[in-house]
Design a binder for this molecule. Structure first.
Ligand code: ADP
Length: 446
């Protein structure tokens, strides 16, 4: 097994990886920026190394500095976490060139599944359901208009290399489609360095359902069933749960098997998430594949008992997955609440700063993934998520009651957080009944 791993990330996910390394008897080296200097989680790693100033470009996104840190600390592998460099094929390639194992897929597999057009083609071959739309990148406007006519408006224009919810345009008629196509391509070229765009059917009312998959270097892939992440604000997930409430188990099992097949056929080693939208008749359409560990991986860990981060490390080393498909059994229901340092009463304005009181919840079925402790100061430089509260219980109803109970115990002062909003949501009758879709939260907050 690896003897030392460098963690090219920060905050709760860095701590999550430090913990996995400790339990596996692997030494961990965590990088940090000047803005994270002195953060308590850093002392839980075997070594911490400063890689530059606060702005991400000068530290967590700076490939030469991270590779230099890996070389001076003599690690055999790098875990990128999520965000930052985790989905940059170029970074995976540099790691390979430097003979450092990248804990994630090969640059080839990442590039293939990370490009939305290439991914759709691979998905279709594997029998993964995709949106009706253009079979590849749009070559000319007339062709796009013909396709849109055939699948019916509204349609959405997307960039092949897009991400982070950017560069998408919904078109309700041909005139809008034609005028948007040119701008979309120019914008995509500027933003992502690739002007390829495609169109697909736009679903008005949908739920976000995603499948967790693990693959190894021996051609095995298993799925760990699904998560529902419909509770979103501005395309950002706020609450995730597993399993997806009210979904036909036979349909979902077929979907999960097709997702595992896609990963297997892409010769993909590591953790991947295949994201779908689901319409009201429970038809699924693939959105994209995320080629890394997700923020919301703990809900899947709670219901399956599989440690996703440890599996990532094992398969990167070249071991076989420690589980077979028939070993994966769903137990109970898990819900994750993202705790953000934001003020829900002021349009979710970031609320960084010093935390003088931090009282975490506890008791049966409660897991808290956070790097925050009393006395910690939330820096202004990064994402506002400061932790994740995950509850597990035999049923969805009990999980919601447990979440509400845990949120009630949870005190973070004086900064503003989303704890109160989550409590409100756990008491919301429509949410309790599973009547959710990707616009639920926006309607509620209006
Ligand atoms: P990104 O990689 O930029 O996050 P995605 O393809 O994952 O882009 O889409 C982000 C979000 O945009 C989805 O979660 C969904 O809310 C919305 N969206 C994307 N495609 C469609 C579609 N065909 N119909 C309806 N909504 C969509």
């Amino acid at each position: 097994m690896f003897s030392r791993i460098l963690i090219a990330n920060r905050g709760e996910i860095a701590l999550r990886i430090i913990r996995a390394c400790r339990e596996m008897g692997i030494e961990s080296v965590v990088v940090y920026s000047e803005a994270d200097r002195g953060a308590p989680y850093l002392s839980l790693a075997d070594e911490a190394i400063c890689i530059g100033p606060g702005p991400s470009k000068e530290s967590y996104l700076n490939i030469p500095r991270i590779i230099a840190a890996a070389e001076v600390t003599n690690v055999d592998a790098i875990h990128p976490g999520y965000g930052f460099l985790s989905e940059r094929a170029e970074f995976a390639q540099v790691c390979r060139d430097c003979k450092i194992e990248f804990i994630g897929p090969s640059p080839e597999a990442m590039a293939r599944l990370g490009d939305k057009v290439a991914c759709k083609i691979a998905a279709k071959e594997a029998g993964v359901p995709i949106f009706p739309g253009s079979p590849g990148a749009i070559e000319d406007e007339d062709e796009a208009a013909r396709i849109a006519e055939k699948i019916g408006y509204p349609v959405i224009i997307k960039a092949a290399a897009g991400g982070g919810g950017r560069g998408m345009r919904v078109c309700h008629n041909e005139a809008a489609l034609r005028s948007n196509l040119r701008n979309a391509s120019t914008e995509a070229k500027a933003a992502f360095g690739n002007g390829a765009v495609f169109i697909e059917k736009f679903l008005e009312h949908a739920r976000h359902v995603e499948v967790q998959v693990l693959g190894d270097k021996h051609g095995n892939a298993v799925h760990l069933f699904e998560r529902d992440c419909s509770m979103q604000r501005r395309h950002q997930k706020v609450i995730e749960e597993a399993p997806a409430p009210g979904v036909d188990r036979r349909k979902i099992t077929n979907l999960c098997e097709s997702a595992a097949k896609l990963i297997r056929e892409a010769h993909y080693a590591g953790a991947a998430t295949v994201e779908f939208l689901m319409d009201k008749d429970q038809n699924f359409y693939m959105l994209e594949v995320n080629t890394r560990v997700q923020v919301e991986h703990p809900v899947t860990e709670q219901i399956t008992g599989v440690d996703i981060v440890k599996e990532q490390i094992r398969v990167a080393y070249g071991e076989r997955l420690s589980i077979r498909q028939e070993d994966v059994v769903v137990r109970g229901h898990a819900i994750e609440c993202r705790i953000n340092a934001e003020d829900p009463d002021r349009n979710f304005m970031p609320s960084p700063g010093h935390i003088s009181r931090f009282e975490p919840p506890g008791g049966p079925g409660v897991r808290l993934d956070t790097h925050v402790v009393t006395g910690y100061t939330v820096p202004t430089n990064y994402d506002s998520m400061i932790g994740k509260l995950i509850v597990h219980a035999p049923t969805r109803r009990e999980a919601m009651i447990r979440a509400e109970r845990a949120l009630r115990e949870f005190r973070i002062e004086p900064i503003k957080t989303t704890i109160g909003l989550h409590r409100r949501l756990m008491q919301n009758a429509a949410f309790q009944e599973g009547g959710i879709d990707i616009h639920f939260l926006e309607r509620l907050l209006k």
